[in-house]
Design a protein around this ligand. Structure first.
Ligand SMILES: [Zn+2]
Length: 239
């Protein structure tokens, strides 16, 4: 599997507007303006004002705080198209008006993203990946473990004590989530050790020696580690 990097920005890292959410909340009716704000922790990232116009919405972005370029205010009209649902009714979509690199996109999208300095556009036009596509296996394990801890009422910090069973949660559910979280945390530690082993082969005992030591209930002292690595070097010279 090729090693993945973080070079591509992700959907989760961008401000996004979601037409289905607006529809669910009944915000798309003309004549009712509304605003949306984003923040990360206590820091405000931006606010938009939305004017529904029936077959489109006008989005006004006035707030600074998402990069130098974005200090200019944006006024953008986004078309909304409706498609019939399978079980009756209609569902709305934004029609992407494209980006400077892809002016005539026209794709239907439930969500549009604000890539820095440009207008709201679909995921493809913004060249965004989903976080799960961009992350390394270790980051995926961290994210999953954090999510599970938060579901159990924890803070998502892997160094915290593991959260107790929430009062109204079934024991079975708790055990299941606990086992999942432990599996992710173990995976993370395993990946970390693998990485350390690759980068600092001299500082960690070889895997076979670790297995032997754990079978015999021993720990590696620095001296034992040096001796083990010395034996390994000697063995590799003989080969
Ligand atoms: Zn597009």
């Amino acid at each position: 599997m090729p090693r993945r990097t973080y070079s591509k920005p992700t959907c989760e890292g961008c401000l996004a507007i979601d037409v289905r959410e607006w529809h669910r909340k009944g915000l798309l009716r003309p004549g009712q303006n509304f605003s949306c704000s984003w923040s990360r922790g206590d820091r405000p990232l931006g606010t938009i004002y939305v004017v529904p116009m029936g077959d489109s919405v006008v989005v006004l972005l006035r707030s600074p705080g998402i990069g130098e370029e974005a200090r200019k205010s944006i006024e953008q009209r986004v078309r909304i198209v409706w498609t019939p649902c399978r079980f009756g009714g209609f569902r709305p979509w934004f029609q992407c008006s494209g980006s400077p690199s892809r002016p005539a996109c026209g794709r239907r999208a439930a969500k549009l993203y604000l890539a820095i300095g440009s207008a709201f556009a679909c995921r493809r036009c913004c060249n965004l990946a989903y976080q799960s596509q961009a992350e390394t296996p270790a980051h995926r394990a961290i994210r999953k473990a954090q999510k599970l801890r938060m579901r159990l009422g924890g803070r998502g910090n892997l160094v915290d004590r593991f959260p107790n069973r929430p009062p109204r949660m079934h024991r079975q559910t708790y055990y299941r989530l606990f086992a999942k979280a432990m599996a992710e945390e173990e995976r993370l530690l395993g990946l970390e050790i693998e990485d350390m082993r690759r980068r600092f082969p001299e500082l960690l005992p070889p895997r076979a020696a670790v297995r032997r030591a754990s079978r015999d209930g021993k720990f590696f002292t620095p001296r034992a580690l040096a001796a083990e690595n010395g034996r390994r070097r000697a063995a590799s010279r003989r080969r």
